[in-house]
Write a protein that binds this ligand. Structure first.
Ligand code: TEU
Length: 546
């Protein structure tokens, strides 16, 4: 896969290094572990590996708090091992995408240490300092401001207090980030997934924010999401960095939480030279109420409507990324599928619906075997700072512990972070030591080894879908039409292309579904699935080609 737009026919696989494979037995995944598992990725057929941060970090947010952008944390290995990973991937025809976390640094990064040392520091304007904080709350509970003794002032942190926000208004900051990007590109990496990149431009007034009912702090979103200069900054980054690497097939992906289709078009319009694609959140917030922990039932109509909006919104300009899971999401089979009786069927259905849309699919480790949420029962079992902070804040606001645990069990990011399930041995083949986060007890049944040679497994299904994208131009370039916006159980769409068309039918329910008027679509070769006729079995999915 080479040349302009090569990523249109590619599939990306995300590794969360802490939880993928432990090569040295200390209970934490590492680069050696990843290198030992490359056969799995090659067999699956993925083209690109994106690894979550492996840079030196105090790990206040599992590496999304970087204290040195140009090295590897000893927990994960060495720079030499990263070089080896790049070389080994390239030998296999795969690419490596690194995580760029540049909205904020760690408070232990030398830039912040310097900036916070005194009001006269040459880096005094590298972060957002104020004598008095405004009323903003952080994304991870509590205030978005923390007092620094050295500076005798408050600094802004949209995430934890150990993640101060860089001040992108300052050109020195932007150029320091561009230097980091060039350094990695010169080392051979093939692109970046840019963490919360739509937060880099804030309204410089930092105005007071509205406080929602039952909340203590102001909701700062309107002042920070897709801010006034974000497109200007990304275009500048492109000019200063990526334009100089035009002979390389790079992949530039922005994580843009809570962004809109309209903004998504701007970020990914090739003429604007900002990014290739963005990871938006609309389809993973279907079961959120007023906020993430206010868990609502799954709603097929909403999911269908939002996915179709992105498909049609980016049809003539830009490009979609397609994902269900990542290290910030609970497992999709437990959320939008059925992780009990119909686990295998619903995992396959979700994969089919994702991979057959127009865009570049991102497979998160464990998706390919249908991993599920973890049966969390008490607060001590959670590791994630977001979950732990929310628990304490909610209890302080008077909520019942059982209710809070119920929300965490459904939505905590730890659900997506339990170790990868390679086999049925005691630690699922993840580590020979004590795993940093508990292995899901269902690893005895749900694991790679058990599915590898089974043609009906979730794993074989993923492999088939990836191959289909590589072989069938309609999967890559066909246009998208929703075939029903009202069927209570069925998600159906068509991909039309000069080479023919694909029709996808998916029964999002544990009951049989009568296709009704859609039955006429059951024509052609069944390329994915095995059913037939006008009634679909529970959680059945089919793809016809004609
Ligand atoms: O995630 C962003 C994140 O946590 C969102 O929930 C955030 O609230 C949203 O972007 C606002 O709309 C990324 C990483 O994937 C995550 O692991 C990190 O914890 C976080 O950024 C901070 O770096």
């Amino acid at each position: 896969r080479t040349g302009p737009g090569w990523w249109r026919s590619a599939v990306v696989y995300q590794v969360y290094p802490r939880s993928f494979a432990d090569g040295n037995g200390d209970g934490v995944g590492d680069l050696r572990g990843i290198r030992e598992r490359l056969d799995h990725l090659e067999w699956l057929g993925v083209d690109v590996l994106w690894i979550s941060p492996v840079y030196p970090s105090p790990m206040a947010d599992n590496g999304y708090d970087v204290s040195d952008y140009l090295d590897v944390d000893p927990t994960y290995g060495t720079l030499a091992e990263l070089d080896a990973l790049i070389a080994e991937l390239h030998e296999r025809g795969m690419k490596l995408v690194m995580d760029l976390v540049a909205n904020h640094t760690s408070d232990e990064h030398p830039w912040f240490v310097e900036s916070s040392s005194s009001p006269e520091s040459p880096k005094r304007d590298w972060y957002w300092w104020r004598d008095e904080p405004n009323n903003w709350g952080s994304f991870f509970s509590g205030p978005a401001w923390t007092y620094s003794e050295g500076r005798a002032a408050y600094y802004l942190h949209l995430f934890t207090r150990k993640q101060p926000d860089l001040n992108w208004e300052n050109p020195e900051v932007r150029h320091a980030v561009y230097d980091v990007l060039r350094w990695w590109l010169d080392r051979g990496v093939d692109g970046f997934r840019m963490d919360v990149i739509n937060l880099i431009s804030k309204d410089p007034e930092l105005p007071e924010a509205p406080v929602m009912p039952g909340q203590r702090y102001g909701n700062m979103r309107a002042s920070v999401l897709d801010g006034p200069r974000v497109h200007e900054f990304l275009a500048e980054m492109h000019r200063e960095v990526f334009d100089r690497y035009d002979d390389r097939d790079l992949l530039l992906v922005g994580e843009t939480g809570e962004t809109t289709v309209e903004e998504g078009r701007k970020y990914t319009d090739p003429a604007r030279r900002e990014l290739d694609m963005v990871l938006h959140y609309e389809h993973v917030e279907i079961d959120h109420g007023t906020f993430k922990w206010d868990v609502r039932p799954f709603d097929l109509g909403r999911l269908r409507e939002r996915l179709a909006a992105w498909q049609t919104g980016l049809a003539d300009v830009g490009w979609n990324s397609l994902y269900w899971d990542n290290h910030d999401q609970p497992r999709v089979v437990s959320r939008y599928g059925d992780d009990g009786r119909w686990r295998t069927e619903s995992a396959k259905l979700l994969a089919t619906v994702l991979h057959l849309q127009r865009g570049t699919p991102f497979v998160y480790q464990g998706d390919e075997i249908g991993m599920t949420n973890y049966p969390f029962a008490s607060i001590d079992e959670f590791d994630d700072v977001e979950a732990v902070n929310y628990y304490h804040e909610a209890i302080a606001l008077g909520m019942e512990p059982e209710d809070v645990i119920r929300s965490l069990r459904a939505m905590s990011r730890d659900n997506g972070r339990t170790p990868m399930q390679w086999d049925d041995s005691p630690n699922a083949g993840f580590t020979t030591g004590r795993p940093w986060l508990a292995v899901n007890p269902n690893h005895t049944e749900v694991n790679v080894a058990a599915q590898r040679d089974d043609p009906d497994s979730v794993l074989s299904h993923y492999r088939r879908l990836i191959r289909l994208r590589h072989e069938d131009p309609a999967v890559v370039d066909g246009d998208f039409t929703l075939l029903t916006d009202s069927h209570p159980q069925v998600f159906a769409f068509r991909r039309r292309h000069e080479s023919g068309q694909l029709v996808v039918l998916a029964n999002f329910s544990g009951a049989e579904a009568d296709l009704g008027e859609l039955a006429g679509e059951c024509r052609g070769d069944l390329v994915i699935g095995s059913g037939h006729g006008s009634v679909m079995a529970p959680w059945e999915s089919r793809v016809y080609r004609r």
